[in-house]
Design a binder for this molecule. Structure first.
Ligand SMILES: O=C(O)CCC(=O)C(=O)O
Ligand SMILES: [Fe+3]
Length: 711
């Protein structure tokens, strides 16, 4: 156990991890073990320190008691009271900072990248450790490490084989197959369940009781850890600029959401895809029956009553309670209270839920109640609002499960090639298929938009460029002989609102992007929807005086979701590539320029397999992966404009900034975080098949404030 002594600087565990990995490739097993074990210990210590500091600071500077040095009795003292409130907030922040840096050193050195964080989540350190232990003949440790890793990576074939191999070795015992990362509460719970199943109720009681105790200490720690930094959840680019109160509210609601989900987090365990349902209440269900079987009626009554705190209407439990009470004697039974900790837990959780539902009503902040025991009448919402809340809750759950399922099955499955689906619009014609383009997952379509619309979009790009969006006057990031200007849908709409560009054009941009999306989805016969990942209207202009002896490309050959290493004929699907992009489409707006052909090449980035001449209304659509390296030939005269669209099959990566709301006279006045089709009037025109509840959701978000109001 790591001592939480004063003024130590804990070695950052990402560095230790790196050192261990380096040693691994040198075969220096002792160094691997030393550093990896220390990395794991330090990571656990940091978690503990953070929880400890937050808990002690909360106890020291609770928000409850009034501040002594601030007079609040003057009329209009609201702002003074506010000051007092924020003073407390700052004090608390200070307390936590000091506490943490006393024990583990400054927070900055413990900033861990997402990559390393992910490695620890995947229990990768144990993979290295098991090899190192094995090499130095520490078999029991190797087995435990292997097992710990495998539990979190059940599809890891190599580790499965290793474990099978270990199992056959003499000197290896069943007890060696440990889960070194098991949470104490879960270990006790699982042990309790094992004894329970074999009717050993006495032992079951011991373990379930220990589980309950461990649960609350884990819960306290889990909750304290929630009070961390604001999680922008992938939308940091949104220039989030909420005011102090709003951002405090947002942040606090996120914390409450996090605290609420502790009940799910604590019910989850490695090797089981779904958390245990109704986890904490189930402890008391198991306990009451175990006590009953051990003829301990008082405890059985206590646990039954405790269970009924969660589910007061539950018939079987009420019958049990009645029966136990009859056996023990009604008076005696009546005097036995339910457990106080649980009562408190429920009260606190209900308060949190109430706040969260309120935040949902007022700010449209989403909250999905993770608990099945929440009484329906908790929130004094009007009946309709409650119903909508429930519908939305269910819907969000559905969406979440869909997202989960989607993530599980590789997105590639959805891509099984079946191109040739309907084009949905009469004017759109197929000009070249994959076969004619000498590749796969490619298509060239014509007739998407009219000449007038092409001109309108080009004007939009130029007007936006004048306004200073994009990269006006700067050379293209891809070629010094061209200048480059770009505008996103979001910016277009903002400019539309400001009157810099016609609103109608901004909407056209949006509508055209949607048209391309729908046609691609249909043409490639995708099983799951395509979502916008990013959309960009881009013009490239030749810089006349820089055209001599040009042999570069306007846009070097690349693939859209992987890093092309042409020397190796490889495309590496890893960040910083936009790995979630699955399909790309370019909608061309003009042809009055020289050069600028779009080309597909082999992985060598040299051998051109097909070339496409841009023209108004033409779309080249293609899979964003290694099957389609592509580039743009030099634009040597004039301006070439196109809408570049990237799509993803993963709703998590959907572009979240282009939800338009249009009032009955067709004026856009609001922009929400949801990418849906524009709204006319009160309700939204959504993709076919989307349920009513979704309309309501959007509508609710609109009447509340999670839309940017652009007016
Ligand atoms: O403009 C084009 O034709 C292609 C652009 C492109 O491939 C990209 O921006 O990723
Ligand atoms: Fe591209």
């Amino acid at each position: 156990d790591v001592q939480l002594s004063s003024n130590v600087i804990l070695e950052p565990y990402d560095l230790l991890f790196d050192t261990a990995v380096e040693a691994y490739y040198k075969g220096d097993w002792m160094t691997v073990i030393l550093n990896m074990e220390r990395a794991l210990r330090n990571k656990a210590a940091i978690r503990r320190v953070k929880a400890h500091c937050r808990i002690t600071c909360a106890n020291q500077s609770a928000f409850g008691e009034p501040l002594s040095n601030i007079v609040v009795s003057i009329p209009g003292a609201g702002s003074v009271e506010d000051l007092g409130f924020f003073q407390k907030i700052m004090k608390r922040a200070d307390c936590v900072n000091t506490c943490e840096s006393d024990k583990i050193g400054p927070a900055t050195i413990h900033k861990i990248t997402e990559d390393v964080d992910l490695e620890f989540k995947k229990r990768t350190p144990y993979n290295y450790l098991q090899v190192a232990y094995f090499k130095i003949n520490k078999l029991d440790k190797a087995v435990a490490a292997a097992n710990t890793f495998f539990l979190a990576n059940p599809d890891h074939m190599e580790m499965r084989q290793n474990l099978d191999y270990y199992r056959m070795m003499s000197g290896v015992q069943e007890e060696d197959f440990k889960d070194l990362e098991a949470w104490p509460h879960m270990a006790e719970f699982l042990a309790g369940k094992r004894y329970y199943s074999s009717d050993s109720f006495g032992l079951a009681i011991d373990h379930f009781e220990a589980a309950v105790e461990e649960y609350f200490s884990a819960d306290q720690e889990c909750r304290a850890l929630c009070e961390g930094a604001y999680d922008y959840d992938g939308y940091n680019y949104m220039e989030y600029s909420a005011d102090l109160f709003q951002s405090m509210t947002d942040h606090y609601m996120q914390i409450l959401n996090c605290k609420q989900s502790c009940s799910v987090e604590l019910a989850s365990t490695a090797g089981k895809d779904k958390p245990f349902e109704d986890f904490l209440p189930s402890h008391f269900n198991y306990l009451q029956f175990s006590y009953y079987n051990s003829e301990k009626y008082e405890q059985a009554i206590e646990c039954a009553k405790t269970y009924l705190l969660f589910h007061p209407e539950e018939e079987v439990m009420n019958q049990n309670l009645a029966y136990y009470s009859a056996v023990l004697g009604e008076d005696k039974a009546a005097a036995i209270p339910a457990r106080q900790v649980v009562k408190q837990h429920i009260q606190q959780s209900l308060l949190e839920k109430e706040l969260l539902y309120f935040a949902f009503e007022v700010f449209g902040i989403t909250f999905v109640d993770p608990d099945s025991w929440t009484p329906k009448h908790t929130y004094r919402l009007e009946e309709t609002a409650a119903r909508i809340t429930e519908e939305i809750g269910n819907l969000m759950k559905e969406i979440e499960t869909l997202v989960e399922e989607k993530n599980k099955e590789s997105t590639d499955i959805a891509k099984i090639v079946r191109e040739g689906g309907p084009l949905l619009f009469d004017d759109i014609k197929i000009t070249m298929s994959s076969k004619q383009l000498n590749g796969s997952q490619r298509v060239l379509l014509d007739g998407f938009i009219s000449e007038g619309e092409c001109r309108e979009l080009t004007r939009l790009s130029n007007a936006a460029a004048l306004k200073g969006d994009g990269y006006r006057g700067l050379p293209s990031p891809h070629s010094p002989s061209e200048s480059f200007q770009g505008i996103t849908v979001l910016k277009a709409i903002k400019f539309g609102q400001e009157g810099t560009v016609p609103l109608k054009s901004a909407r056209l941009f949006f509508d055209m992007s949607e048209k391309v999306r729908r046609v691609l989805e249909s043409y490639f016969r995708l099983d799951s929807p395509l979502y916008f990942s990013y959309s960009h209207l881009v013009c490239r202009s030749a810089i006349d005086e820089k055209q001599d002896d040009r042999d570069d490309l306007s846009h070097p050959v690349h693939a859209d979701n992987c890093l092309l290493v042409s020397e190796l004929n490889k495309c590496i699907k890893e960040p910083p590539a936009y790995t979630h992009r699955d399909y790309s489409a370019i909608l061309y707006l003009n042809d009055d320029f020289e050069g600028g052909d779009f080309i597909f090449t082999e992985l060598d980035a040299k051998t051109v397999t097909a070339a496409v001449r841009p023209q108004c209304g033409r779309v080249v659509g293609f899979g964003a992966g290694e099957e389609n390296p592509h580039g743009v030939r030099a634009v040597t005269k004039g301006q070439r404009c196109a809408v570049a669209l990237w799509f993803t099959l993963d709703p998590k990566h959907e572009e979240k900034v282009t939800y338009l709301l249009v009032n009955p006279s067709g004026v856009m006045y609001s922009l929400c975080f949801y990418h849906a089709i524009y709204c006319d009037g009160l309700f939204c025109n959504l993709r076919e098949g989307e349920s009513n509840a979704f309309h309501l959701l959007i509508h609710l978000h609109f009447i509340s404030f999670s839309c940017f109001s652009l007016s």
